[in-house]
Write a protein that binds this ligand. Structure first.
Ligand code: ZN
Length: 86
């Protein structure tokens, strides 16, 4: 699988670290124990299109939000996480 980093261009998937669902960008408020429990422990694992957080570990060290299909490995979009969080 090849990932097109917005800063480095197309690179092999092995340069990237998979963090998990992009839900990690939506941290619950401090004191929201139920929200924190779901944030840390409850994850969907769909077959199909997902929105995930990846780190370009062996490249520019950017955090990326990648929308891809887990069944076909087709990548729909790659966006800097800093741009998504705005
Ligand atoms: Zn990069």
């Amino acid at each position: 699988m090849r990932i097109n980093c917005p800063l480095c261009g197309e690179r092999d998937r092995r340069e990237f670290y998979y963090m998990g669902a992009a839900d990690y960008l939506d941290r619950p408020a401090e004191g929201d124990l139920d929200g924190i429990h779901k944030y840390l422990h409850i994850r969907e694992n769909p077959a199909g299109v997902t929105r995930d957080l990846w780190h370009h570990e062996a490249g520019c060290s950017s955090w990326l939000v990648i929308e891809r299909n887990t069944s076909t490995h087709e990548i729909h979009s790659v966006t800097l996480a800093s741009e998504v969080a705005k």
